[in-house]
Design a protein. Sequence first.
Length: 473
Amino acid sequence: MLATRAASGYESGPRAVSVLVPAMSAEVAPGERAPATLKTLLVLAWPVIISRASQTVVGLSDAVMVAPLGAAALAATATGATNSMTLLILPMGITFIVSSFSSQLFGRGDVAGARRYGWYGLAVAAATQVACLATIPALGAVLGFLPYEAPVREAMEAYLTLRLLSGGAAIGIEALANYYGGLGRTRPAMVLNVVLNWALIFGNLGAPAMGVRGAALASSVATWVAFVGFATYFAREAAAGEKKPLQLSELARMLRFGLPSGFNWFFEFLAFIFFINVVVAGLGTPALAAMNSIFAVNSVSFMPAFGLTSAGAILVGQAIGANAKDEVPGVVWLTVRTAGAWQGLVGLVYLAMPALLMIPFAKGEHAAQVTAIGVRMLMVSAAWQVFDAASMVLAESLRAAGDTLFPLLVRLVIAWVVFVPGSYFTVTRFGGGDVGAMAWLVVYLAVLAGVLWWRFRRGAWRSVQLVEPAPLA
C-alpha cells in the first residue's frame, strides 16, 4: 500500500531534509544509461534509501518525541501527519510522473527536454501551496465530523494548521527529487528537523515548549529550508544548461498521464484515511496510537524496498526511452526479487520481537494498552511485507512506462469495493477488533499485487507512448 507508506513516513510531508545536492554516479555520463544489473540497481537505490530514510527517521522521531506527552498527543501528531496528506497526496502522485518523463527522455539522450519537466513539477507545487492555505480556515469544521476525542481533535487542528504552511514546499521537493531521480542523480539529505523537534516540543535552547504544535512547526521550517536550497540548485543548473522555452503542450501531456497517477494515490489514500479515522479511531485512542506507531515502524523498515523500487522504475524508464523494451521484464523481476527478499526479512523480525519494537511508543497512561495492541498489529503486518514489495515494484514500473490509468481503476475497485467495506463491517458488525482491521490490509495488498502482476504480464505497457516521438533528423 504505497499511499499508506506515504502517510506513515516521509510522504506525510518531506520534513526532515535540509538541502539535497544531486550528483551523477561516476560510472554513468549524462545521457548514457546504466546497464540493468543488480549492481546498478543497488548503486541507484542506496542514495534514495538514505535520503528517504533520513526523512522517515524524522517522522519516527516526531512520534517518539511526542509520545511522553501521552496517547492523545501521539495520536494527534501521527494521525495529523497522515491527514495532512489528504491535500498533498494528489499533487505528489502527479509529480511522480516527472520521473517517468525525465527517465525516458534521459534514456533517449534529451537531457534538456527532461529538465523542462522539473519546471512543470514546480508549477504543480505552487498550485498545491495555494490549495493548502485555502484549506486552513476549514480545518476545525472538518475535524468536528470525525470521531476523535476532544483533546486529540484540538491538538490535531493546531498541528495541521502549521503543517499545511509548507505543503507547496513539500511537493516542490518531491517534484525536483523525481526529476533528478529520472536522471539517476541523487545524494542523501541532511537532517534538520530532529534538532528543531527537540527545541520546540520541549522548550530547549530558549524556545517555548509548544508540544504537538512544536512538532508541526519544526516540520514546516525544515521543509522550507530544504526546498529553498534544492530549488536554488536546480535554477542555477538550468540557467547554465541548454535553454529551451517551456511548452504548455508538454505541461498538458504531463497532466494527462500524471493525473491518473495522482488520483491513483489519492483514492487509495482516501480509503486509508477512512480506515484510520473511522475504523481504527472507533476502537479508541490507544488503538489509534498503536496503529500509527506500527506505520511509523513500517515506514523505516520499508525504505530499502522503496529505494530499490525507485531504482527499478528509473531503469525501466531509461530502457523504454532507449527503445529497449525487451529489457524491462528482466529489470522488473530483478527488482521484485531483491525488494521481496528484504521485506521478507522484515516480516521475520516483526514476528520475532514485536514487543521490543513497541517500546519507544508505549508512554503515558495508556502505555500497556498501546503495547498490547501494537504487538498484535505488528505481528499481523508481517504477513503483508512480501505482497507490499511486489505491488510497489509493479505499480511503479507500470507508472514509469506511462501505464497509469489501469492501476487507478484497479485501486479504486479493490480499495473501495473490497478493503473499505470489508474492514468496516469486520470491526463494527462482527467485532473483529484490531487484528481484524489489520487482516484486511493483508487482503488488500495480496489482491493488488496479483492484479498488477497480471497487468504487467499482459504487456499493455509496451504500447503506451509517454513522451512524444523524437523528431527525425
